[in-house]
Ligand binder design. Structure first.
Ligand code: SF4
Length: 335
């Protein structure tokens, strides 16, 4: 067993910090019901980095917002499930308690730093406020922590009094990271943290997030559609399709023992830099509309292996090897 794999197994054996169990979320507007999250379950352990991977509209951000308790209700509604933080259901917590947890124990880095920051406050002020919200300290102490955080994310403290529009996209995302880490949270949710950034600084920002996460012993849920980012930064992976997890396991399971036809399709859509195959093999067609999901297996209209059973019955999540789960009849038969 490789050192990395045994380290990963050791991480998942630690007690779960966060446990999502059979989560269902809908958006209801104008008589239409959008089934955004359909029975999602996973655990996040101490110091673990779990990637939620899927195409735009698969439900990843809705899962993250449900965990943070920031879904706009209406139109969003959590219609089932539990989100347990150290055994306490966050869906049943009073707003005050949730506010204390948000930012202090669980933080989120949003996709677009420009919309995550207020244009009318200085960046120093915004970091300071995030700290003051959760700690009963003086302004001077909060200022000291802000300077520490600015240094941590590589921004000179001289820029404390500047406004977000005076920063580049990458530097703004560093400010967002400083705010997210201000109170040293146990859990960090990073939602496509580099998608809105120039490609040349994406790696720098990801390195920074990963280094700080390791340094502070933080657990992380990394939301991405980029399998390259997953390969570099994650321990475990959950593949999300049409609001469901269709395959879940360690990074090695997903990359080396790919079992679900959708996951295989994601890899097929990547250029093969080492092999001789110069063609890309994208998944045919578009993902289903969450307001009109297919019956049976939600992937069956695009699945090259679909049979008549797949059109009628929804496959259950099955453990095909230790810690490797797949939602597919075909993978079930091969056990
Ligand atoms: Fe394809 Fe059937 Fe498996 Fe769904 S259950 S992924 S349609 S083979």
């Amino acid at each position: 067993m490789t050192e990395h794999l045994s380290e990963q197994i050791e991480k998942t054996e630690r007690p779960a910090l966060l446990e999502i169990s059979d989560l269902w979320v809908q958006y209801r507007a104008g008589g239409e019901i959008v089934q955004a999250v359909n029975g999602v379950s996973f655990q996040l352990h101490e110091r673990q980095t779990l990637a939620l991977v899927g195409e735009t509209g698969a439900g990843k951000t809705t899962i993250a917002k449900a965990i943070m308790g920031i879904l706009p209700d209406p139109p969003a509604k959590v219609v089932g499930g539990e989100i347990l933080l150290d055994g306490d259901d966050m869906l049943k917590m009073k707003k005050d308690r949730l506010r204390k947890i948000r930012g202090a124990r669980i933080s989120m880095i949003f996709q677009d730093p420009m919309t995550a920051l207020s244009p009318v406050y200085t960046i120093g002020n915004q970091i300071e406020e995030a700290y003051l919200e959760h700690f009963n300290v003086s302004r001077a102490e909060a200022r000291k922590r802000t300077v520490e955080l600015l240094n941590m994310v590589g921004i000179s403290e001289e820029r404390y009094g500047e406004y977000p529009h005076q920063f580049s996209g990458g530097m703004r995302q560093r400010v967002v990271i400083a705010i997210a880490l201000a109170c040293n949270p146990n859990i960090l949710i990073a939602d496509e943290p580099t998608t809105a950034l120039d490609v040349t600084i994406q790696a720098q920002v990801l390195d920074l997030i990963y280094r700080l996460k390791e340094q502070n012993g933080t657990s992380m849920i990394l939301i991405t559609h980029d399998l390259g980012i997953v390969a570099e930064n994650c321990d475990d992976v959950a593949i999300v399709y049409a609001g469901e997890i269709v395959e879940q396991g360690t990074k090695e399971h997903i990359f080396n023992e790919t079992a679900h036809p959708y996951t295989k399709g994601l890899f097929g859509a990547l250029p093969d830099m080492a092999g001789e195959d110069e063609k890309l093999h994208p998944i045919a067609g578009l993902p289903p509309s969450p307001s009109n999901l297919p019956t049976g297996c939600k992937f069956h209209p695009h699945c090259p292996n679909a049979c008549s059973r797949c059109e009628k019955e929804a496959p259950p999540m099955t453990e095909i090897s230790a810690g490797h789960y797949v939602r597919c009849f075909l993978a079930q038969e091969e056990i």
